[in-house]
Design a protein around this ligand. Structure first.
Ligand code: FES
Length: 102
């Protein structure tokens, strides 16, 4: 893989000991990761986008948290159903999904 155009970080509440336990994990964030991977593949942009699950961003009250670089856009209270809109708007058109931005 070449250096990605977009890098998506999804908090899955991953702990240093390898477990996943915390707010975002309890609110479907692993499904968010899966949905991103599927939507990116279906959109034909898998060569431009990397998805990584992370530990806590410290904003659990706004979780599940998704951060997209290079813009440094932070999305909060993301649901698995929001992923398609983020891919179509942010990744395909370069337009931030304002209703989810924090
Ligand atoms: S567990 Fe996701 S931001 Fe804290």
């Amino acid at each position: 893989m070449i250096k990605p155009e977009y890098h998506i970080f999804v908090c899955t509440s991953s702990r240093i000991n390898g477990t996943q336990k915390g707010y975002c994990h309890s609110n479907d964030s692993t499904e968010i990761v899966t949905n991103f991977m599927e939507a990116i593949e279906e959109s034909g942009i898998s060569d431009k986008v990397m998805v990584t699950n992370t530990g806590c961003f410290g904003l659990c009250n706004d979780g599940p948290i998704v951060v997209i670089y290079p813009e440094g856009t932070w999305y909060g209270k993301v649901s698995p159903e929001d992923v398609e809109e983020i891919v179509e708007s942010h990744l395909m058109k370069g337009e931030v999904v304002k209703r989810l931005e924090i």
